[in-house]
Write a protein of this length. Structure first.
Length: 648
């Protein structure tokens, strides 16, 4: 609470300092306008696109180490849901794949998610956001920027307080705060220190639902509360660090050092096991001993570049060093059997908090570092080429059981883009990486057991074509190869073979006519598993959860004659997919429609935006499965939100 009181005091001071010359900060936010392609964009609390920071081309960019902050390497904790990066700290994030990923040195296979800090500018500004819905949820966000010393040092402060309500009518309270500085040293150097925390209390998460066979759970009323009041998660996610960048003549230096701590002082979960077609189920309560120690990660990057310009050609040679040191826990889950229940019925009030035991927990340390050399050539109007080579050193140790694994290998990547005409560009790339694989899940017989780091690869290529100044098509093909880990027929989590994702991805963005903007994307994915288990018929050749067809189409219409008013809609479709590794049972396809309106106006002389949206307008009801454990969740029902943003 001291944090909240402190940020409130700072915000009040910001209000007193604001004058009428403040320029708009958040009232113009619009994720459809901001998206340059359909591969994934987040602005504020709205996200659109085919991919996100947890899923791209069928894999997880966080797990692959492909998160960037202002273009610099960041690797936060990934266990237990990973670190939450606060919207008070980051104003926008973008997923880069194919041609747009070629400007990042030393990527790993799977797309790059780049987060942009809310770097304060040179003018006073304050934005306030009021959120209502869904259901009876409410929230307030405040973001201010204050120039402390003109043209030298500015401070950004953010505060968010929110009560979120889940579909099953349980809730949680979220508090987020951030402080960002921008310090200019002379004409060439900029230093950006920052700190943020995202805090969640009374998160009545869940429940987790597992069926007893190859069938989906029965249709139930989604608004029924199915967790006791004490079944909750408390989280404290902190991220802080600093970025420094400078330019001297033909030299550039960029560096970033980041520290993340993901703590869960309390984790109590409600589990429905062996759910039958009529809803009968075994009820269990689980306790995770997260309070023993948090997940922590320190990561960073140093890059020095020499730039040589010769007419229309530009050469950049970069020496790059990266590293991370992380600690996380797994296992130690205590389970209490609470008898039988029915999934579709509300749990009775007054269920006592079980007397959980504290069990031994595995503690895992990961140390990784690399040093590499990258060359990039840009020829205006002709094309681009880059090639990188790096040496990676990796070490992973665990305490339960005591194990140690290490790896040292060479990684390389190369990219090529050719501008055939002013409208048409071709591209191709190859990337080789080394990345962690997730530990065995808590529902497996070897829960928490670590697996070795894996060598991965990716090849892609395609084209970008501009129909005019405001409409652009990107089309590409890709293939990503990684080891395949899942639970076998004895529910043991281990490598069962290798996995290959081949696909086609399309993005169409722009404004074909005045006032009409579209952001549309399509992914056709062919995911296949290979190895002895497939050849022996133990598992199928298609991995669980891989959707062969994904479509995401956003349309917004608001001509200038409408005076700041616009309407928008989104259609999302995911095809059916296999829910078990034997490839004998499929989840149904799912299509949803979202509709919204947006109105930009002046509120007593200050810029403002009113945003209303209804998601899943047709109230689609489909049970979705994840993993081979037959973990199920229903699609969210129809619900609405209202948001007012004002810049002072």
């Amino acid at each position: 609470m001291l944090l909240i009181r402190t940020l409130k005091s700072i915000t009040v001071a910001c209000v007193l300092l604001i004058n009428t010359s403040a320029w708009a900060q958040r009232a113009d936010e619009n994720v459809v306008d901001a998206a340059q392609d359909a591969f994934g964009t987040t602005v504020g609390s709205e996200s659109i696109g085919l991919y996100n920071s947890g899923s791209a081309r069928g894999f997880n960019p966080r797990q692959a180490g492909n998160i960037r902050i202002e273009g610099l390497y960041f690797h936060g904790p990934v266990a237990g849901g990973g670190i939450e990066l606060s919207n008070r700290l980051f104003g926008q994030s973008t997923v880069r794949v194919g041609l747009t990923a070629q400007s990042y040195p030393f990527p790993s296979p799977t797309g790059i998610a780049d987060y942009s800090l809310r770097i304060p500018g040179d003018d006073y500004a304050l934005s306030a956001v009021l959120k209502l819905g869904p259901y009876d949820a409410t929230g307030v966000e405040l973001d201010a920027q204050i120039p402390i010393f003109s043209d030298t040092f500015s401070l950004g402060v953010g505060l968010g307080v929110e009560r979120e309500v889940f579909d099953h009518r349980s809730s949680r309270y979220k508090f987020s705060g951030a402080v960002i500085g921008r310090w200019r040293i002379g004409q060439n150097v900029e230093v950006i220190p920052f700190w943020s925390q995202a805090r969640t209390d009374d998160d009545e998460f869940g429940p987790w639902i597992f069926t007893g066979g190859l069938y989906a759970p029965p249709k139930i009323k989604r608004s029924i509360r199915r967790v006791p009041e004490w079944s909750e998660i408390n989280k404290r996610d902190s991220t802080f660090g600093a970025i420094a960048r400078g330019t001297w003549s033909d030299w550039q230096v960029k560096m970033g050092l980041f520290r993340s701590i993901a703590a869960k002082p309390k984790t109590r979960l409600t589990m429905y096991f062996d759910v039958q077609p009529d809803g009968a189920a075994n009820l269990q309560f689980w306790k995770f001993p997260n309070e023993l120690f948090p997940s922590e990660s320190t990561s960073g990057e140093f890059r020095v570049s020499r730039i040589i310009a010769e007419g229309p050609r530009r050469h950049t040679l970069s020496l790059n060093a990266r590293g991370r040191s992380a600690i996380q826990g797994s296992g130690g889950v205590d389970r209490v059997d609470a008898g039988t229940t029915v999934l579709g019925e509300r749990l009775p009030d007054g269920i006592p908090d079980p007397d959980f035991q504290t069990l031994p927990r595995n503690k895992e340390h990961v140390h990784e570092g690399s040093i590499g050399l990258n060359y990039e050539a840009q020829w205006r109007g002709v094309g681009e080429f880059s090639a990188g080579l790096q040496r990676v050193f990796y070490e992973r140790t665990t305490t339960l059981p005591i194990t140690k694994a290490s790896n040292s290998t060479w990684l390389y990547n190369t990219t090529l883009a050719a501008y055939l005409t002013e409208r048409l560009a071709l591209y191709a790339s190859y990337t080789r990486g080394l990345e962690d694989s997730p530990n065995a899940p808590a529902v497996s017989t070897n829960e928490g057991e670590g697996v070795p780091a894996s060598t991965t690869s990716q090849i892609d290529g395609g084209f970008r074509y501009s129909f005019g100044p405001s409409l652009r098509l990107v089309a590409g093909v890709f293939q990503v190869k990684k080891p395949f880990f899942s639970t076998d027929d004895s529910n043991t989590y281990r490598q069962l073979g290798n996995i290959s994702h081949k696909g086609v991805e399309l993005s169409l963005t722009g404004e074909p006519i005045e006032g009409l903007r579209i952001v549309g994307g399509l992914v056709l994915l062919k995911a296949r598993v290979s190895g002895d288990f497939v050849e022996q018929g133990v598992i199928g050749k298609i991995p669980t959860g891989s959707e062969p067809v994904t479509v995401n189409m956003n349309v917004q219409y608001g001509p200038e004659s409408w005076g700041g008013f616009s309407v928008d809609g989104r259609v999302s479709h995911a095809s059916s997919y296999y829910a078990n590794i034997e490839n004998t049972f499929k989840v149904k396809a799912n299509t949803t429609l979202d509709l919204g309106v947006r109105y930009r106006f002046d509120l007593y002389g200050t810029p403002a935006q009113l945003r209303a949206q209804v998601t899943n307008v047709l109230n689609s009801y489909v049970w979705l499965a994840s993993g081979n454990e037959r973990l199920w969740r229903p699609t969210s029902p129809r619900k609405g939100t209202l948001q007012l943003t004002v810049d002072f």
